[in-house]
Design a binder for this molecule. Structure first.
Ligand code: ZN
Length: 604
C-alpha cells in the first residue's frame, strides 16, 4: 500500500468513517468543557470526541458540533476535565481488605461492636473467621473489654477485631483456642496477652506482637475473597479519579483474581502489576513465561517488586551513617546487593522491569549499584526503565546517578508531609536535604511518576498534588512549606500523575487527552489550574471515564436509592467496563452480611 492510502486507512479506523463518504461517526462528544489535555502541543481544549475506547478528536465546541452532529453529547457547562489519574504505587489488596472487613471505626462502645459481629454472624459460614478493624484502642485503653460478650454471640466462629492503629486486637474465645492461647501461654517478645487479674485467664485483648499468635492462624484469603477485596478497592479508586494503578507486590492469587475480574467485567480500572519478587516460585514461573502485555491495556504484568530496606519512621531504613536520633542504628537491608543484581540481570534478559523499594540512602545506593552492574552486564536489554520505589533519602552524589542510568524515581508526595514532623530528627539537618527531594531529581532530567502508596496514605490524588506543590500539611503547616525549594509546580505534579505513564511503558497509550490515546479522563468540581493551593484538597471527582466508559458518576450516586446487594448501573454503556459503579453505603452494608462471595456485582 502506498503511504497516503495507509494514512487514510488509519485515519478512517480512528475517526470511524462508516463508509468513505459518510460523516464521521463517534460514540461520545464532550463539549463546553475546560479540558486540561496534558498534551504539550495543545494544553487546553473545549471539546473532545470518543469512539470506542479512544479519543479521536480534540478541539473547540463549535467545530466539534459541526463535525460530529449525530454523536451523543454531554454538555459539561465549563467543568474541568483532566486525563485519568495514574497512581504509580498502590496496594489495592490492602485497601480492599480494609473495606471488606467489618468496619468498627464509627462505633463508640464494645457493646456496639458485639452487635455488629452478631449481625455479621447471621450470614457467616460455619467456622468462618469474622475479621474486623477500626475500634479505637487509644480511647478504650483505660478500660479494655473482655471477650465474654463477643464469645456469647459467636461461640463457634473465631472473631478477631484489630484496633485502629493496629497496636491492639480483640479476639473471642474460639480465636484464642485456635491460636492455643491459654492462661499458661507466656507473653511473646514485644507483646502482651492481657489477663483477668483474679483468674489469670486471657481476656481476649492482645497487644503488639501478641497479635501474631492469632494472625498466623487466620486462613489466607480465598480466590473469591481476593476478588471481592480487589473489586471494592478498585471502585473506591475510580471515585477518586484513578483510572490506572501500579500495584506494588502482586501474589499468585492476585494474578488469578485480576484475570477473573476482567473476564467477569468487574474491574473498573487499569492495573500495572509488579509481581512479588520475594516469591522464588513466582519469579521463576514468570521469568520462564515472559511478560504479559495486554493489548487492551487493562492488566499488564511485566515487573517485579523487591524490598531493599524498611521504613524511616521505625528506623528500618538502611542509612549510610547512623540515625541522628539513635547513634547505635543504621537500619537494615532486607535484600542483598547480589540478590537485587541477580533478579535485575534475569529481568533485563527476559524483558521485565524491576521496581525496588528503597528508603534509606544506603539502600538507594546499593540498588543503584546493583542496577548499574546489571545494566552493564546486559547491554542488549531493550528499554529497561528500572524503578526505585520511594527513593526517599538520597546522598547528594547519588541524585545524579538516576538520570545517568535511566532509573525512574517513583515518589509519594504525601510521604513527605506525613513524615516531616520527625524526619529531620532521624536524619539530621544535613541529610534531610536529600530527603523527598523531588525537584533535585527532576532537575537532572529524570521521569518522575507520583503516587499515594495507599492505603498507608489516602488514595485521593488531590492530596498528593497539594503536597507536591506546597510541601505543607492539609492545615497549611509549616507556612511557606517544608524545604520549599523542593516544591513542584502544578504542571509538574499533574505530569507525575498522568503523562508519566512512561513508568509503565504506556506513554503512547495514555496520560494525556489527544487523538489516538485511550479515553481515560475525569471531570472535576473546580478548575484546578486557577485555585489557591489549599482549595485543591476540596476538589471532588464528578465523573470518571475509562476507555470512554463511565465507571463513576457522582450525580448518579446521589440519586440512586440505597438498595443492598446490587450494582447500580448509571446508564447503559457499551464496552468492556460497563457498570462498575456501586453505591458505596449499600456496598459496605452488603459486604457486612455476605463476605463469602455471595454478592452478585456483575453488570446487568
Ligand atoms: Zn508500598
Amino acid at each position: 500500500m502506498n503511504p497516503g492510502l495507509i494514512f487514510f486507512v488509519i485515519l478512517a479506523a480512528l475517526i470511524g468513517f462508516d463508509s468513505a463518504l459518510a460523516k464521521p461517526s463517534a460514540d461520545l462528544l464532550i463539549f463546553n468543557a475546560h479540558i486540561v489535555t496534558m498534551d504539550a502541543k495543545h494544553m487546553t481544549a473545549r471539546a473532545t470526541v470518543i469512539r470506542g475506547n479512544h479519543v479521536v478528536w480534540v478541539g473547540d465546541t463549535a467545530e466539534a458540533q459541526k463535525r460530529f452532529p449525530e454523536t451523543r453529547a454531554i454538555d459539561l457547562h465549563g467543568a474541568t476535565v483532566l486525563p485519568g489519574i495514574i497512581d504509580a504505587h498502590t496496594h489495592l489488596i490492602e485497601l480492599g481488605k480494609s473495606l471488606v472487613r467489618l468496619n468498627l471505626k464509627d462505633i463508640a462502645t464494645a457493646q456496639e461492636a458485639v452487635e455488629r459481629v452478631k449481625q455479621r454472624i447471621s450470614s457467616a459460614a460455619p467456622n468462618e473467621w469474622i475479621l474486623g478493624w477500626g475500634w479505637d484502642e487509644g480511647k478504650w485503653a483505660s478500660h479494655y473489654p473482655d471477650n465474654q460478650a463477643l464469645s456469647d454471640v459467636s461461640p463457634n466462629n473465631p472473631v478477631y477485631l484489630v484496633g485502629l492503629h493496629t497496636f491492639a486486637a480483640w479476639a473471642n474465645k474460639r480465636a484464642l483456642q485456635l491460636a492455643g492461647i491459654t492462661k499458661d501461654t507466656k507473653d511473646p517478645p514485644n507483646g502482651r496477652i492481657l489477663r483477668n487479674e483474679e483468674t489469670g485467664e486471657p481476656t481476649g485483648v492482645l497487644l503488639n506482637h501478641a497479635q501474631d499468635l492469632v494472625e498466623t492462624q487466620i486462613p489466607p484469603m480465598t480466590l473469591e475473597q481476593t476478588k471481592q477485596a480487589l473489586e471494592v478497592a478498585a471502585q473506591e479508586c475510580v471515585r477518586y479519579g484513578l483510572t490506572s494503578v501500579h500495584e506494588a507486590k502482586v501474589s499468585p492469587i492476585m494474578v488469578d483474581a485480576f484475570h477473573e475480574l476482567i473476564r467477569e467485567n468487574r474491574l473498573p480500572l487499569r492495573v500495572y502489576a509488579m509481581l512479588d519478587g520475594a516469591d522464588p516460585a513466582l519469579v521463576s514461573q514468570w521469568l520462564q513465561h515472559g511478560p504479559e502485555i495486554d493489548p487492551n491495556h487493562q492488566l499488564t504484568i511485566r515487573a517485579f517488586k523487591l524490598f531493599a530496606d524498611g521504613a524511616l519512621g521505625s528506623r528500618g531504613a538502611a542509612l549510610l551513617e547512623p540515625y541522628s536520633d539513635s547513634p547505635q542504628s543504621k537500619g537494615t537491608f532486607t535484600t542483598s546487593e547480589p540478590e537485587v543484581y541477580n533478579l535485575t540481570r534475569k529481568s533485563l534478559q527476559r524483558g521485565f522491569q524491576v521496581c525496588t523499594h528503597a528508603i534509606g540512602d544506603a539502600a538507594n545506593r546499593m540498588v543503584l549499584d546493583a542496577y548499574a552492574h546489571a545494566l552493564s552486564d546486559v547491554p542488549q536489554a531493550h528499554d529497561p526503565r528500572l524503578r526505585m520505589e520511594h527513593a526517599q533519602v538520597l546522598s547528594p552524589e547519588d541524585i545524579l546517578r538516576f538520570a545517568k542510568l535511566g532509573i525512574i524515581p517513583s515518589m509519594q508526595p504525601v510521604h513527605a508531609t506525613s513524615d516531616m514532623g520527625w524526619a529531620e530528627q532521624r536524619l539530621g539537618p544535613q541529610r534531610v536535604k536529600g530527603a523527598y527531594a523531588w525537584r533535585s531529581l527532576l532537575q537532572t532530567g529524570v521521569h518522575l511518576p507520583l503516587s499515594s502508596d495507599f492505603p498507608g496514605e489516602t488514595s485521593n490524588p488531590f492530596y498528593g498534588i497539594y503536597a507536591a506543590i506546597t510541601r505543607q500539611d492539609p492545615q497549611g503547616n509549616p507556612s511557606g512549606g517544608w524545604y520549599p525549594e523542593q516544591r513542584l509546580t502544578l504542571e509538574e505534579a499533574l505530569r507525575g500523575y498522568t503523562v508519566e505513564a512512561y513508568a509503565e511503558f504506556e506513554e503512547q497509550a495514555k496520560g494525556s487527552i489527544e487523538p489516538g490515546k485511550l479515553a481515560d479522563f475525569i471531570v472535576i468540581s473546580q478548575d484546578i489550574t486557577s485555585l489557591p493551593a489549599k482549595e485543591i484538597l476540596a476538589i471532588r471527582v464528578l465523573k470518571t471515564f475509562v476507555g470512554g466508559n463511565l465507571v463513576y458518576d457522582a450525580d448518579a450516586n446521589k440519586l440512586q436509592p440505597q438498595i443492598p446487594s446490587r450494582c447500580f448501573n448509571s446508564r447503559p454503556l457499551s464496552g468492556p467496563l460497563r457498570c462498575m459503579r456501586v453505591n458505596r453505603k449499600a456496598w459496605t452494608h452488603t459486604l457486612r452480611f455476605s463476605y463469602r462471595g455471595t454478592i452478585q456485582t456483575k453488570s446487568h
